[in-house]
Design a binder for this molecule. Sequence first.
Ligand code: SF4
Ligand code: SF4
Length: 319
Amino acid sequence: MHATLPLLEFTDFPPIQRGKLDTLQVNLGYLCNQQCVHCHVNAGPKRTEIMKRDTIDDIIKYLEASKITTLDLTGGAPELNPHFRDLVITARNMGICVIDRCNLTILEEPGQEGLAEFLAVHEVEITASLPCYLEENVNRQRGKGVFAASIRGLQRLNTLGYGRVNTDLKLNLVYNPQGPVLPPSQQSLQQDYKEHLMKNYGVVFNELFTITNMPIKRFGSMLISKGQFDSYMSLLRSSYNESNLSAVMCRNLISVDWQGFVYDCDFNQMLRLPLRKGAKPRTHIRDLINVDIEGLPVVVKDHCYGCTAGQGSSCGGAL
Ligand code: SF4
Ligand code: SF4
């Protein structure tokens, strides 16, 4: 894989300072039941990097001492971490909103019986990647049979009340473009998704989040291989929209890796650009307990143009 960081290092992206922190995004490890070709963390069934109990306990201590309102759990498949359910229950008992970044096929995995019901009982918000509403495109990107399993997962979640207007069980879907283009309008694509999934599969969901592809990791490497890296960066730069700068997710979120080290966002985590605080090369979540990081400068590089281009992009979709 081509390294992208050297191409992003020198930047004129405007400086950003942290605002009030409200979201803790935690990567519970790279173990996953799938092995998607585009996976940005190279997750798969054979990965052994997984958050251990003592780090989970650090996360819980941090939550207890902070004013975090949202815990956003990612992976790999976060549900495969043996401490996933305990962490969810603990956070929900603290009144914290928990988001599970669920790949949907995990709901059918042996050993995960009762997972959908568990998520519903604890009112966990589900954010699920469905890069297209067409079977062929999803299977090409995520593997044979993944689309059908994803639809079965969505139908099961709907049966439990997820995505329905009269419940608090939120089910959001995530779309990102297949190539080096900006996502289409979130509103109009959401409408297309809703119509297609309802008409063909009887599936309902709350919101569609469109996410801009970042010129890093696998996608960035693919751009370099195809000689498209510079033109994609030009597209992101020329689409810079200043009004998105105040809403980028690094203002109110920190991202924690499976070992407990902290980054300004998930993308910086992938680029191994740790949150900068003091002279230490990297900061562990346990070092931030009772520490206010408001006002701290964010580590920005050229990939940050991916967050501000066009309608803007974050892990919650357009800005
Ligand atoms: S489901 Fe997600 S985490 Fe798992 S391999 Fe696919 S992209 Fe990676
Ligand atoms: S890539 Fe990360 S650090 Fe850069 S603007 Fe986006 S959220 Fe902030």
